[in-house]
Design a protein. Sequence first.
Length: 104
Amino acid sequence: MKKFAVIETGGKQYVVSNGDKLRVDRLSATKAEVGGVFVFEKVLLKVDGDKVEIGVPYLTGEKVEAEVVSHGRDEKKLIFRYHSKTRYRKKKGHRQPNTEVRIK
């Protein structure tokens, strides 16, 4: 029997089920302390076996709870701009902050 949900956070959608670990864009450290529980209230879809509920755009009264495992940063992404024949080169790096959660 399949049981999963689709949630939205940080402008992205994730398919989650019980026990999944995923990295999402950084959740506010004041609302999501490490070891604490964070509630995702933007649930777009819920599937429980043959029963499917679709929100317009969100399901009312539904929520997905997750345990906050850690806060961190992704690997460095390099941004390199280059114009040939004009000696123009710019190199810049960026590390996106994220939060790792485990779905309950």
